[in-house]
Design a protein around this ligand. Structure first.
Ligand SMILES: [Mn+2]
Length: 324
């Protein structure tokens, strides 16, 4: 943590009427981090609110204290983003704030530093881990509620401490958080394990439609609106499906291609290990993320999106061959 970042964070913690923004289609990390920061401001008697484009998935609503929609509630005097790599990631509902972000707290090494103050630590597992370090360094008091939200954030982005972004420091932070009083197994179970029956049925249908390429090293899963409708599934039911296909033996790169309500294709990319950088593939389509987990939006039909994605993956394979 360098002094410039700490000074910026200390300045943020003096603010009132704070608007905390997260990325579109919010995940457990951005929500856990945002609601931990919100609680810290509330403990100081400040007015604060969290806003997002899109709805909160059912399995993340414990973090948002039940809220399904997060809308700005007042004219802010300070705007802070958490876990937002680029201003575009704010999505259409929050695009009006894109040029006026005061503080940007993040852990994506692809962060474009679009704010007045950029507090970015690319080596951290999660935005939650960054916020814990900032709270500790600046003496912001942590309570049981903050500890639970930060735990949720870190557990989410590390896939319950299984991904390679989990470091010794991540475990140390988690160990500090677990000294507080909250039900950690429940947090994890709510986020990862509990699913409605329709989701399992949807998964069965999706697995029947897998597309396997390059001797099983590339696995693509197209999810059409028709497939969702036939199984009575919601968009949120398929948001974690890319992790399911990533488990397939021999798979190096995998992706889900989900047809959106608007008719575009939302792509979630994963690689099984560090030898393939999926963020480079996502970047071809204006997306981004991490080496092993990235996403992008392709404005085309499903068939065309799959063909273009496959081409980009092929090109990247050749590039990776040069590197390794
Ligand atoms: Mn994150």
């Amino acid at each position: 943590m360098n002094e410039t970042c700490l000074a910026a964070f200390r300045e943020l913690m003096t603010m009132d009427d704070v608007l905390i923004l997260v990325h579109r289609n919010p995940d457990g990390d951005c929500l856990g981090t945002a609601f931990a920061l919100k609680r810290a401001f509330e403990n100081l008697g400040r007015r604060v609110c969290v806003a997002a484009t899109g709805t909160v998935d059912r399995n993340l609503r414990d973090i948002t204290d039940g809220a399904e929609e997060l809308k700005p509630k007042f004219l802010p005097s300070a705007i802070v983003t958490v876990d937002v790599a680029t201003a575009q990631m704010l999505g259409p509902d929050l695009a009006c704030y894109a040029d006026s972000v005061d503080y940007n707290i993040d852990h994506h090494y692809t962060n474009t530093e679009y704010a007045r103050n950029n507090i970015v630590f690319g080596s951290a597992s999660s935005a939650g881990e960054v916020l814990f370090d900032l709270f500790s360094a600046c003496g912001v008091e942590i309570d049981d509620v903050i500890a639970e939200k930060l735990y949720a954030a870190i557990a989410f982005d590390t896939g319950c401490f299984r991904y390679s972004n989990t470091t010794a420091h991540t475990h140390w932070v988690t160990s500090e958080l677990m000294k507080y009083s909250f039900d950690a197994p429940r947090v994890v179970r709510k986020m990862f394990d509990v699913v409605p029956l329709r989701q399992l049925k949807m998964e069965r249908a999706a697995l029947d439609a897998l597309h396997v390429y390059r001797d099983g090293t590339v696995v693509l899963l197209p999810i059409s609106r028709k497939m969702l409708e036939e199984n009575g599934a919601l968009d949120e039911d398929v948001s974690g499906m890319v992790s399911l296909i990533r488990r397939i033996e021999g798979c190096v790169v995998c992706a889900t291609l989900k047809e959106t309500k608007e008719g575009d294709v939302k792509v979630s990319l994963r690689s099984a290990d560090d030898i393939f950088d999926v963020s480079a593939v996502a970047a071809v389509f204006g997306g981004g993320g991490h080496v092993k987990a990235s996403g992008c939006l392709i404005k085309s039909t499903m068939e065309e999106a799959e063909a273009r994605l496959l081409q980009a993956i092929e090109t990247r394979f050749l590039k990776e061959k040069e590197i390794h």
